[in-house]
Write a protein that binds this ligand. Structure first.
Ligand SMILES: Nc1ncnc2c1ncn2[C@@H]1O[C@H](COP(=O)(O)OP(=O)(O)OP(=O)(O)O)[C@@H](O)[C@H]1O
Length: 318
């Protein structure tokens, strides 16, 4: 199965955008994480918690302040532009709003052929054949070749974004809020499409989303981030979550199925400043369960016997 082989290894990674700020503010703090070949790894957490920063460092669009990133066992942390060029086609990204991601003056054919022009020297005819075949894989057809992005629906644009990301047959795809701006029925279609394509092409996804229901539907494992720190890694955001922050995220989720809605909502301690405390647990200010140890010692991310990881001094009491 090759399930335990890591495609991406993130080792002790920090990102600090303003190095001169005192105290230092980290967008990503001491992150250790592996993404296994063939898995769909979810990444959730509120706006500004560092999800995109982490993804950009994996794709080498941002440089870690400290730590290492390995892709297929190669340490790419200090790869130059030309070294990266050799593997750039193996990592791609699907964005939230394809409207802004596309050049409005480009036809669908031009949009999808852009990566091909950069990475292959096939004839125009061969390229067109590939593009039509990819359009069919994402549920469209060759009549779309001459359309512009404003001539399509949001769902069709999202399919074009996926086709463009997959045209070079990458191994790893970051889906950054790929289903966030579309309605429920369409979301289901796009999630099914992403799952089918993953099987067909043997892909590995990092699926970044605010949408807990979407993450639960598609992901094999979910990483929860809070203020740059990983606080929990679990197979699904369900009643087994332990970190008080993940519990609050779950409680705040409105599931379409009324049977799945929670009655007793546990939310955050309101009115507290959302910033990294000088010491102790990152979530202490907003946590209903914070005790003395939480104010002095930062909890490690501890692995339990089922692979569930939690960074909380008190999780077994919560
Ligand atoms: N290029 C940058 N320069 C300076 N600060 C940045 C930059 N990019 C992100 N940040 C800061 O880093 C922190 C993490 O941002 P990031 O975009 O990674 O969060 P996010 O979880 O992806 O948020 P969202 O869900 O809103 O996209 C934020 O405080 C943000 O303001």
């Amino acid at each position: 199965m090759g399930e335990s082989v890591n495609l991406v290894e993130i080792k002790g990674v920090y990102k600090c955008y303003h190095k001169k700020a005192k105290p230092k503010e980290y967008a990503v703090y001491k992150v250790n994480l592996n993404i296994k070949k063939g898995e769909i790894l979810g990444l959730v957490g509120e706006s500004g918690c560092g999800k995109s920063s982490l993804a950009k460092m994996i794709l080498k669009l941002e440089q870690p302040t400290k730590g290492k990133i390995l892709f297929n066992e190669q340490d790419i942390t200090d790869y130059s532009f030309s070294q990266m060029r050799k593997i750039r086609n193996r990592m791609q990204m699907v964005f939230q709003d394809s409207t802004n991601a596309f050049n409005p003056y480009y036809t669908v054919e031009q949009i999808i052929s852009e990566p091909l022009n950069n990475y292959s020297n096939e004839s125009e005819k061969e390229k067109e054949k590939k593009i039509v075949s990819m359009l069919e894989k994402v549920g469209l057809n060759k009549t779309y070749l001459t359309r512009y992005s404003h001539e399509m629906s949001g769902g069709q644009r999202q399919r074009i974004g996926i086709a463009r990301a997959l045209i070079l047959h990458p191994e790893f795809v970051v889906c950054d809020e790929a289903v966030s701006s579309i309605d429920y029925a369409l979301k289901k279609q796009i999630l099914n499409l992403l799952t089918d394509l993953k099987q067909q092409f043997g892909l590995t996804y990092l699926f970044i989303s605010h949408d807990i229901a979407a993450v639960n539907k598609i992901c094999d494992r979910v990483v929860v981030m809070y203020l740059g720190n990983i606080v929990e890694v679990i197979s699904n955001i369900n009643e087994n979550v332990q970190h008080p922050y993940t519990k609050a995220l779950l409680a705040a989720t409105l599931f379409p199925d009324p049977k799945k809605r929670r009655k007793n909502t546990v939310l955050f301690r309101e009115g507290e400043e959302i910033k990294v405390p000088e010491k102790g647990c990152v979530f202490q200010n907003r946590c209903f369960y914070a005790q003395n140890i939480c104010k002095t010692k930062q909890p490690d991310l501890m692995t339990q016997k089922d692979g569930h990881e939690v960074a909380c001094h008190l999780y077994h009491h919560c």
